[in-house]
Write a protein that binds this ligand. Structure first.
Ligand SMILES: *Cc1c(COP(=O)(O)O)cnc(C)c1O
Length: 471
């Protein structure tokens, strides 16, 4: 492709992108494609001769777009948001154009130094301890894996990195509501999922610290070493908040690494009135939250903080001859701060986003999302035939349809499953579900970048209308 062609197509694409962002509400939120439908439209082998951009873009619209679920549609109410925003997209255009590899300082000093600065900004925006060090990871799954590995190495004086496992003698603790990535990380770290202790929760789905303490003591009595506790601030099912202070005291008493998973809810800490969620943060050894969820920074961008920078770096550091370099001052080589060697220039989009909206602008957007959720929560409370199933702390509502005449849970589960299928088929919104105490529960989050109260009012009207057709 010649540069003059690139210029022409790029201008066309930017127009397409702006149109898409402006009109994304009109797209069916959830793709209605059947498995294999896209695959079957794609040739079995790569073209031997180059094709025109016009043809490629035409196929993008014809073949690819129907198989897209529109996460940036404000009626995307499922899972957790994976927000993008105009400044974030602009930064990604530059990132792709520069195409730099940010594995170490000299491979792009700006990338390293901007990452350090922006993560310091975020740290103070969220009210995290000022002495912590931050690094961007691809995902929270990876960040938590780094936490468990660093905990393992620090405890064993970096022995397992060198000699491998002898016999496993560690345990990791989290609540029954913890994200599935913790179990995956425990498997990868060689701890073994049998040694992941799931602690029961209270009626708000928060970890019971008494039970944590009991399970820890039981392991100690059996010569199993408690390695790490993962406390969740904002569980995936219902945004429950584990009692960090109580958990922290237990960890401090036994010398256990405390990792805080705030992947989704962490963004809300920019609101001082939400900082109660991290009372006890001073006990934590590591903390992760994803700007790529609720902070308007498109996937991927996960902010990971540690108290002991040296332990992290010692866990991952490795320097073959071809990566050795001589610099006058000590610099940060982020390749030693995690699993990846090659790293994307992710700090740029965070910088664009934070500067475009400003801290005050971000606070307003986040508190507006919470307000929209509170508003719908009241309506659900007032309605006869629906019920709220977990405390609404932030912008996620867990609820279900429950007509008075039906008492039996299996029947209600069935009914709510029918409801969600019907709703998602309309293409007008997209909800997901979870299970709380064995009950099938609908999840609705109001965290998309441009979601408005009107969008959610319309969603509520559609939900109320749709239940009339259920059998
Ligand atoms: C989303 C989420 C994760 C996983 O995040 P990834 O960045 O996709 O790995 C982990 N924990 C919690 C609480 C989450 O909400």
């Amino acid at each position: 492709m010649e540069f003059n062609e690139f210029r022409k197509f790029a201008h066309e694409l930017v127009d397409w992108m702006a149109d898409y962002m402006e009109n994304v509400r009109d797209y069916p939120v959830k793709s209605q494609i059947n498995p294999g439908e896209i695959l079957n439209q794609l040739p079995n082998s790569a073209p031997s001769q180059g094709e025109s951009f016009e043809k490629i873009f035409e196929d993008f619209q014809k073949i690819i777009m129907p198989g897209i679920t529109h996460w940036q549609n404000p009626n995307f109410l499922a899972y957790v948001p994976a927000n993008s925003s105009p400044p974030s997209v602009l930064a990604e255009m530059l990132t792709a154009t520069l195409g730099v590899q940010c594995m170490m300082w000299q491979t792009s000093p700006s990338a390293t130094e901007l990452e350090e600065r922006v993560l310091d900004w975020l740290k103070s925006m969220l009210g995290l301890p000022s002495e912590w060090s931050g690094v961007i990871q691809d995902t929270a799954s990876t960040a938590t894996l780094c936490a468990i590995l660093t905990a393992r190495e620090k405890l064993t004086n970096f022995e397992i990195n060198k000699k491998g496992f002898d016999t496993n003698k560690f345990a990791v603790y989290c609540s029954t509501q913890t994200h599935s990535s913790i179990e995956k990380d425990v498997k990868i770290a060689g701890i073994g999922s049998d040694n992941l202790r799931l602690i029961s929760v209270d009626d708000k789905f928060a970890m019971l610290s008494d039970e944590l303490e009991k399970k820890i003591q039981k392991d100690i009595d059996r010569n199993i070493i408690p390695l790490c506790v993962v406390a969740t601030i904002g569980t995936t099912s219902s945004t429950a908040i584990d009692p960090l202070c109580e958990i922290g005291k237990i960890c401090a008493k036994h010398g256990i690494w405390l990792h805080v998973d705030a992947a989704y809810a962490g963004t809300a800490l920019i609101l001082p009135e939400m900082r109660w969620m991290i009372d006890g943060i001073e006990y934590a050894d590591s903390f992760v939250f994803n700007p790529h969820k609720w902070m308007f920074t498109n996937f991927d961008c996960s902010a990971y903080y540690v108290k002991d920078e040296m332990a992290l770096v010692r866990t991952f550091e490795i320097t073959p001859e071809y990566l050795k370099m001589v610099v006058e001052k000590p610099v940060k080589d982020y390749r030693n701060w995690g699993i990846q060697l090659g790293r994307r220039f992710r700090a740029l989009k965070l910088w664009f986003v934070i500067r475009t909206y400003g801290v005050e602008g971000l606070k307003q957007m986040i508190s507006n999302h919470i307000k929209i959720a509170k508003n719908l929560t009241e309506k659900i409370h007032e309605s006869e035939d629906f019920e709220i199933m977990a405390p609404v702390v932030l912008n996620l509502i867990c609820f279900r349809y429950h007509p008075k005449k039906i008492k039996d849970d299996p029947q209600l589960n069935d009914l709510n499953q029918q409801l969600i299928e019907k709703l998602n088929k309309t293409g007008k919104l997209f909800l997901s579900h979870t299970s709380l105490n064995g009950k099938y529960v609908l999840r609705l989050q109001t965290g998309q970048t441009f979601v408005t109260k009107e969008d959610i009012d319309r969603a509520w009207e559609l939900i109320k209308k749709t239940v009339l057709d259920l059998t």
